[in-house]
Design a protein around this ligand. Structure first.
Ligand code: NAP
Length: 282
């Protein structure tokens, strides 16, 4: 069996085209969605992510402003900056690129963003809404995973979904979204014993552990949908996911590649969240 490739890159392109169209329509009403990205320090990966976000915004006509701050920026300086962004009318989305330097309390910073502008969906109010099944801003990567399953008409209701990883930004929210869609969800993590006993049962397998090649073909149920969130850089610089793509694509029914799967969808959903935030706030 050869799995159908879930083409995140192509899907993200389509979503971006639609966002561009809607941004143009908003321009008729003199509304220009605006995203403020705050980057503290010199983390090379964060700098790449931020540049990707700036480029994506400009391509769809969203005004983006990146505030680059030195590594030794104090927590109170950052809180002051966010307070200013919270009250600016031209800023509809605020994103603080994580990780922050160790001397800054990330949770405190996330809580300081007004929930309406929290386009990452990390604020406890938005997390709470997700838990309660209420409308709110949904975190970009999990939302992108859900959109991919829906686009490829992969049944979720009544299916067994297994999520590997329990982080606040991927594992937990994606599990909640699948639960909301009436899947029966298991969440695995580093202390899970016999991981493969869970994965082999999964109709939908979401791998978000950050461990290259963790998921081997014999761990996957034939015909399953496998969403690979992992982004791991090998010593030779190659980017790979958590799934042994070559082997697993012989067993799975659907699979996302890395790169070209979840990554582009994450950025597309960030643009979507910013657009929706502008519509709500204006
Ligand atoms: P994280 O905070 O490090 O969480 C990793 C999770 O995986 C933890 O819950 C950990 O368990 C679990 N885990 C680690 N090793 C495991 C193993 N051998 N078996 C089972 N579970 C294991 O990472 P994250 O921020 O959620 O990100 C996960 C991956 O997704 C990373 O590769 C990251 O780069 C990638 N990512 C991609 C995108 C994208 O746009 N494509 C966005 C965000 C993240 P414990 O809780 O027990 O430690």
């Amino acid at each position: 069996m050869s799995a159908k490739i879930i083409d995140g890159k192509a899907m993200a392109m389509e979503i971006r085209q639609e966002i561009k169209k809607q941004v143009e329509e908003l321009a008729q009403k003199n509304i220009k969605p605006g995203l403020a990205v705050v980057l503290v320090g010199n983390d090379p990966a964060s700098q790449i992510y931020v540049r990707g976000k700036e480029k994506a915004c400009s391509e769809v006509g969203i005004a983006s402003e990146t505030i680059r701050l030195p590594e030794d920026t104090s927590e109170s300086e950052l809180l002051n900056l966010i307070s200013g962004l919270n009250s600016r009318q031209d800023v509809h989305g605020i994103l603080v690129q994580l990780p922050l330097p160790k001397h800054i309390d990330s949770d405190k910073i996330i809580r300081s963003i007004v929930p309406e502008k929290d386009v990452d969906g990390f604020h406890p109010i938005n997390v709470g809404k997700l838990v309660l099944g209420l409308p709110g801003v949904k975190p970009c990567t999990p939302y992108g995973c859900l959109k991919m399953l829906q686009k490829y008409e992969i049944a979720i209701e009544g299916k067994k979904a297994v999520v590997i990883g329990r982080s606040n930004i991927v594992g937990k929210p994606v599990a909640l979204m699948l639960l909301q869609e009436n899947a029966t969800v298991s969440i695995c993590h580093s202390r899970t014993k016999e991981l493969s006993e869970y994965t082999k049962e999964a109709d939908i397998l979401i791998a978000a552990a950050g461990k290259p090649f963790l998921i081997k073909p014999d761990m996957v149920k034939p015909g399953a949908a496998v969403i690979d969130v992992g982004q791991n850089k090998l010593p030779d610089g190659k980017l790979v996911g958590d799934v042994d793509f070559t082997g697993v694509s012989q067993v799975a029914g659907w699979i996302t590649p890395v790169p070209g799967g979840v990554g582009p969808m994450t950025i597309a959903m960030l643009l979507y969240n910013t657009l929706e935030s502008a519509k709500r706030l204006c």
